[in-house]
Each structure stands twice: as C-alpha cells, then as structure tokens.
Design a protein around this ligand. Structure first.
Ligand SMILES: Cc1cc2nc3c(=O)[nH]c(=O)nc-3n(C[C@H](O)[C@H](O)[C@H](O)COP(=O)(O)OP(=O)(O)OC[C@H]3O[C@@H](n4cnc5c(N)ncnc54)[C@H](O)[C@@H]3O)c2cc1C
Length: 316
C-alpha cells in the first residue's frame, strides 16, 4: 500500500535539496501511516535523479521522462496520474515556487484537500499538519481527512541519506499534449555585477526595517567600515533596491560567512534557510520577539537608525 507519494524537484540538471527533505518527511509519515513511501520525478535526467532519490526507506521511484525542466501542465498531469494509479494517502510536494505553482491544480484534479507550508506532520485517524503563522510566532495544527495533498517547507526536515534499495520504474504517462499550454523557452541569468555573497567572510545584511531606499546609504557605510559585503532579504531585492545576486535565502543564495549581521530582518524561515550556516549571527531589531533572535548568537534590541551610526563611529 502506498502511504506517501513524494514528488521530487529539480532545476537545470540538479536535484534540489528539498527533494531529499521530502524523503525524510515522507519516510516518517509513511511509517506513521503504516505503508510505503514512493518517490516520483518528472522530466530532466530521470535515471540520474532516481539514483539520487534511492535512499533508505524509499520503496519505489517512479520516473516520467517528459521534457527537461519543470512545466506546470506536464507536472500536474503526471502527478495526478501517478496519484490516481497508486492511491497514496498523502501526495507530498515541496512548498517551493514550483510546488506552489502546481500543488493546487493537483489537489483540484484529485479532488483532495490541500495543506501548504507544513513544518510538522503527524497521522492519527486524520492527518495533522503543523503550520506557522504571523512570521513564525504562532504554530497551528490543521487536521484534514485523508487522502490529502501537502506541501512541506524547505529546510524543516533533514536531507535523507543512506543508500536504499528502491525499485525504479518508468511510469507510463498518456500525456494529453493538447492540454500542455505552456513551454519553458529558456533561462536568463539575472545581471548583478561581480559580487558573490556566498564567498564573503563578513556579511552586513539589510531587511525591510530599513524603510526607504535612500536609507541604504547608511548600511553601505557600515559595510565599508567593517570591510564587509552587503546582502539583503528578499523584500529589498523585490523592491529593486539591490540586485538579485545580493539576496540571501531559499530563493536567493545560501551563505556561510564567519559573521552575519542581520539588520532589520525578521528572520522568516525562507531567509533563515539561506544563512543559518553562518558561524556567528548578530541581529539588530526593534522587536524583541523577532524570530531572528532565536538563531542569533548576539542580539541588539534597538532601532537600527540609532545602532548603525554608533557602529560606524566605533569601526569607521
Ligand atoms: C516561496 C518563498 C520564497 C522566499 N524566499 C525568500 C528568500 O530567499 N529570502 C528572503 O529574505 N525572504 C524570502 N521569502 C520572503 C520571506 O517569507 C519574508 O517575507 C522575508 O524574508 C521578510 O523580509 P524582512 O525580514 O526583511 O522583512 P520583515 O519580515 O517585514 O521584517 C522587518 C523587520 O525589521 C524590523 N524593524 C523595523 N524597523 C526597524 C528599525 N528601525 N530598526 C531595527 N529593526 C527594525 C521589524 O521588527 C521586523 O522584524 C520567501 C517567501 C516565499 C513564500
């Protein structure tokens, strides 16, 4: 019996980390539900991906050899068809940009409830999904009837290791070509200069607490005083105040500097996913309950417009 069907994710030839996190989450859940964990991968070098997905606890890896990159229409058809054939209790998908793109359509096609952004999973008679709200300050548990579709948050489960003995099987998808209405026409590297924040020893990172674009000058001054590199949370990049190559986090870069100075950054999980590997984390934030303080080694509860000038004076 298939308890969990987890669908891996890849991009430009590489299996994404969340795929192996799906294996860990799926393994726990399949054990709790008393059935098998099966994996699926759609498109790209499916044989190589299947080999990487063959971890302890995976019963089977189903491959769908259609296209190179993620395609919404193909992914929906393939995932729904595999779920219809295998009848898993839970279809487990990543809460990534792609996952959020196709999970609702899969849930709709299967007429199953969808719970997104899970950070914990438990199974009794129903599926209990833990989610976080209000910037990770509140945890809620959502109970849904099985079967269900669930997306899991990146970096919440460890990446599964240990080579398994999964059977690899090509899934015979009768693709409805007429229903494939989108195509990936190419990728474009975002222009962003020559700075590689993942190589920096000291990062001064700025978040929405900076308020206005013109205030960035203050942070640039601090970065210069500390001989550090400037990075940012996503809202700063989305606002066009700094280029994409400065973004730290799940949809930005993963950084591992000696020192990470987080200024006016709340510590959302998608940000933390990219910087939790820093040796020393220092946070400056007006909100003593900001989640960034949960992972900071040192913290200043204070207004950055008071603290940063004092730091510039000290180190400048
Ligand atoms: C699929 C997905 C991918 C994502 N990827 C990323 C990613 O790669 N990177 C990323 O960063 N985010 C990412 N996000 C967004 C993420 O969820 C948060 O919205 C974002 O990280 C918040 O940025 P922030 O901390 O700068 O802003 P906020 O959460 O608004 O926090 C601002 C902080 O500044 C503090 N503050 C305000 N004024 C001052 C002051 N004067 N002095 C000091 N502190 C002050 C506030 O107390 C607050 O804690 C992603 C989201 C999704 C859904």
């Amino acid at each position: 019996m298939t308890a969990v069907l987890a669908v891996a994710e890849h991009r430009r030839g590489d299996l994404r980390d969340v795929s192996l996190e799906l294996v860990s989450a799926g393994r726990e859940l399949a054990e709790a539900l008393g059935g098998d964990l099966e994996l699926a991968v759609v498109g790209g070098d499916v044989d190589a991906f299947a080999e990487q997905l063959n971890r302890d606890g995976v019963a089977r890896v189903h491959t769908v050899d259609e296209g190179e990159e993620f395609n919404h229409d193909v992914q929906v058809q393939a995932t729904a068809a595999m779920a219809e054939a295998l009848e898993p209790d839970v279809v487990l998908l990543p809460n990534s940009v792609n996952g959020l793109d196709y999970a609702p359509a899969v849930a709709d096609a299967l007429d199953r409830p969808l719970v997104t952004d899970a950070v914990g999973l438990a199974a009794n008679d129903r599926l209990e999904v833990t989610r976080e709200m209000y910037g990770s300050k509140v945890a809620t548990t959502v109970a849904v009837d099985l079967p269900a579709v669930v997306t899991i948050r990146a970096a919440e489960w460890p990446q599964a290791d240990g080579v398994g003995d999964a059977e690899v099987a090509a899934f015979d998808l009768a693709l409805d070509e007429a229903a494939v209405r989108s195509t990936v026409t190419g990728f474009e590297e975002v222009a962003g200069g020559d700075v590689d924040i993942s190589e920096a020893d000291v990062l001064v990172s700025i978040g929405r607490g900076i308020g206005e674009e013109e205030n960035l000058e203050l942070i640039e001054e601090l970065a210069e005083a500390l001989d550090a590199t400037l990075s940012a949370s996503r809202p700063i990049v989305d606002s066009g105040w700094l280029p994409k190559n400065r973004q730290v986090g799940q949809s930005g870069k993963t950084v591992t500097p000696d020192v990470y100075l987080a200024i006016g950054i709340s510590g959302a999980v998608q940000h933390v996913a990219g910087m939790k590997g820093a040796d020393t984390i220092i946070a400056i934030n007006t909100d003593p309950n900001a989640p960034i303080f949960d992972i900071a080694d040192y913290g200043v509860v204070g207004d950055l417009f008071d603290v940063v000038p004092a730091l510039i004076e000290e180190f400048g």
